[in-house]
Design a protein around this ligand. Structure first.
Ligand SMILES: [Zn+2]
Length: 144
């Protein structure tokens, strides 16, 4: 058995993964960006590494919404009591892959923004501001 989806608190994380790209936190961010006048796309122009959740193609900004559990958030990344080594290794691999994806995207000239799932709950405006700063940098907007 790889995992027991009935064991909380992982059930919601697992369900989030199953739902994939349309998780609650991601939809919340999309709604806030739209209200802020930032027009993202859900698909990139090419097969970019790591499947970013949102794209701003002209500004070359790729946005990821990282689940606190799967990506090992420092605030909510507590180790499960069942099979802690298994989960620690899995999350470490996820983090390593995140780093590789960020480097690959940067090498292709993309800006990478990663927002934690909990940041969307605690500071949605701050997340939007971080993205806006890259998509519409002050003083450069007129040149675009
Ligand atoms: Zn978190």
């Amino acid at each position: 058995m790889v995992f027991d989806p009935a064991v909380s608190p992982f059930r919601s994380a697992l369900m989030g993964r199953i739902r994939g790209r349309n998780t609650g936190p991601e939809l919340k961010l999309r709604q806030a960006l739209w209200k802020a006048g930032l027009r993202y796309r859900l698909e990139g122009p090419t097969r970019l590494p790591g499947r970013p959740d949102l794209f701003f193609v002209r500004a070359k900004v790729a946005v990821f919404v990282d689940g606190c559990f799967w990506h090992g958030c420092p605030e909510h990344g507590t180790q499960p009591k069942t099979r802690p080594e298994f989960w620690a290794a899995k999350i470490a691999r996820n983090r390593e892959r995140d780093g590789q994806v960020d480097a690959a995207l940067a090498a292709m000239g993309w800006h990478v923004v990663r927002v934690w799932e909990h940041e969307l709950r605690q500071d949605l405006d701050g997340c939007v501001a971080r993205i806006r700063a890259l998509v519409k940098p002050t003083g450069l907007a007129e040149r675009g």
